[in-house]
Design a protein around this ligand. Structure first.
Ligand SMILES: [Zn+2]
Length: 61
């Protein structure tokens, strides 16, 4: 019996999506959001209404 320690394909985690609470604009995290670099991390701004979306994915180093 062969041993297969590798994970099978098709196990890709779903892409993170951001949702603008102000206008309802929705896009993947790497979509059309305007990326603002801040001291505390990266912030995402809605391209339609310029509302800044809270970013919970920033990892403090
Ligand atoms: Zn918006």
């Amino acid at each position: 019996m062969a041993t297969d320690g590798r994970p099978s394909g098709g196990d890709v985690p779903p892409k993170l999506r951001l949702f603008c609470p102000a206008c309802g604009h929705e896009n993947p995290l790497d979509g059309d959001w305007l990326v603002r670099e801040r001291a505390a991390g990266v912030a995402y701004e809605c391209p339609e209404c310029e509302t800044e979306i809270a970013d919970r994915t920033a990892i403090p180093t």
